[in-house]
Unconditional design. Structure first.
Length: 182
């Protein structure tokens, strides 16, 4: 079975989480972890499971203006923040618009990275990503998940392990479902 984790990342935290989720899924799936600009229709249509993730910007998914804001923040950080290579390219918002699948079905899940605190104050890109997956015909296999970034733009301790466990749990649940239905 094939799984694809598609993500966008500004400073590397979302990439780290995407890679950890991919590692968790890899016990049961052949996994590709790719940035939104590098994920193509063929890859997605061949996948049994699609997991998408993005940083939370201004209560939602990043857009061109918030990516530019991240670049400015990195520039003003005096070198403490480094932009990811694809950070200023099209992200998941644009990817959803360009890679709409014709399958009309599939399994999906969504995650985000965000600051700690109630989602009403921080926002959660994963809820919007989940909504977009459903709109495109995906059946969600997990509730939207947030992984937390502390001040200084570093993942909180334990978040990488939690992401790996989240991916492994999804894979295990799907494996058990496949076994009982055969």
């Amino acid at each position: 079975m094939q799984a694809v984790v598609v993500y966008e990342s500004m400073f590397g935290n979302t990439r780290t989480i995407a890679e950890a989720i991919g590692a968790g899924l890899s016990d049961y799936f052949d996994v590709a972890v790719v940035t939104a600009p590098r994920a193509d229709r063929e890859q997605i249509e061949g996948a049994d499971v699609v997991v998408v993730g993005a940083p939370t910007h201004v209560h939602g998914m990043p857009r061109a203006s918030t990516r530019q804001g991240a670049a400015k923040q990195a520039q003003q950080s005096g070198g403490s923040l480094k932009l990811e290579p694809d950070a200023l390219e099209d992200g998941l918002r644009e990817w959803f618009a360009s890679v709409t699948t014709s399958r009309g079905h599939g399994l999906g899940a969504a995650f985000d990275t965000r600051m700690p605190g109630p989602a009403i104050f921080t926002g959660r890109a994963s809820k919007l990503l989940s909504r977009e997956l459903r709109r495109q015909g995906y059946e969600l296999i997990a509730k939207p998940e947030s992984f937390l970034v502390a001040k200084g733009n570093q993942l909180r301790p334990g978040e990488r392990d939690r992401a790996r466990a989240w991916g492994a749990k999804m894979a295990e649940n799907l494996s058990l479902t496949a076994e009982t239905s055969s």
